[in-house]
Design a protein around this ligand. Structure first.
Ligand SMILES: CCCCCCCCCC(=O)SCCNC(=O)CCNC(=O)[C@H](O)C(C)(C)COP(=O)(O)OP(=O)(O)OC[C@H]1O[C@@H](n2cnc3c(N)ncnc32)[C@H](O)[C@@H]1OP(=O)(O)O
Length: 177
């Protein structure tokens, strides 16, 4: 399943798109999640909860935690070199996550069946071996790049396609450059 050109274990994946809420460096209130390739089709990621991510006072919003899981799981597609979007994502919230906490995430693909990619992720607090705070099961569905071109707002699609950097242009849509 792991693509031969997938980044080596330990390598940072980097942002796939600067404006991505999950990983982009150009989103001031984004998660700035950093993912690192693991063995097989797995990876680890870190995200530190900022004041802009609160739901209840001093605690991370559940939807933001789900976003961190979604981004981590979505990053697995880069190891498969498959373009896919989230079809289904089920989250268990096991412990509250205070602002300032670094969430240590890990994710892996568990099965691929046709266009369907099944994956699972956990987020731990207090360190990579700390207690589980959130976990998720996901189903991603493989799509053609037309999915983004047909449905994305034209100004962002045009800007991403006109990016002079070929690798950035390809990664915005997670296409193999
Ligand atoms: C650029 C790269 C992105 C980087 C990653 C960033 C991380 C963040 C990832 C995201 O958040 S992506 C954004 C959130 N997701 C979306 O906006 C997707 C919106 N949904 C769709 O566009 C369509 O519903 C979708 C492409 C997912 C499926 O439509 P299709 O018409 O292509 O699929 P189809 O109905 O043919 O179903 C294909 C198979 O998947 C199954 N399936 C589809 N959606 C499902 C679902 N929700 N639950 C369970 N199964 C589902 C479906 O039953 C079927 O199974 P079988 O092959 O066994 O028949």
């Amino acid at each position: 399943m792991r693509h031969p050109d997938a980044p080596a274990p330990g390598e940072l994946l980097g942002a796939h798109y600067g404006q991505c809420f999950g990983c982009g460096g150009d989103q001031p209130h984004g998660l700035h999640l950093e993912a690192r390739a693991g063995e097989g089709v797995s990876l680890t990621a870190e995200f530190t909860v900022q004041p802009a991510h609160q739901g209840a006072p001093g605690l991370a919003h559940g939807g933001v935690l789900t976003s961190a899981l979604d981004e981590t799981l979505g990053s697995l597609n880069w190891l498969l070199r498959t373009i896919a979007v989230t079809g289904r994502l089920e989250t268990d919230f096991v412990r509250p996550v205070p602002v300032g906490t670094t969430l240590h995430l890990e994710a892996e693909v568990t099965a691929v069946a046709g266009r369907k990619i099944y994956s699972t992720a956990t987020g731990r607090v207090g360190g990579p071996d700390g207690p589980v705070a959130v976990r998720a099961e996901a189903l991603f569905i493989e799509v053609k790049v037309d999915h983004f071109v047909d449905h994305g707002r034209p100004e962002e699609i045009q800007a991403a396609m006109n990016d002079p950097d070929q690798v950035r242009r390809a990664r915005a849509f997670e296409v193999n450059p």
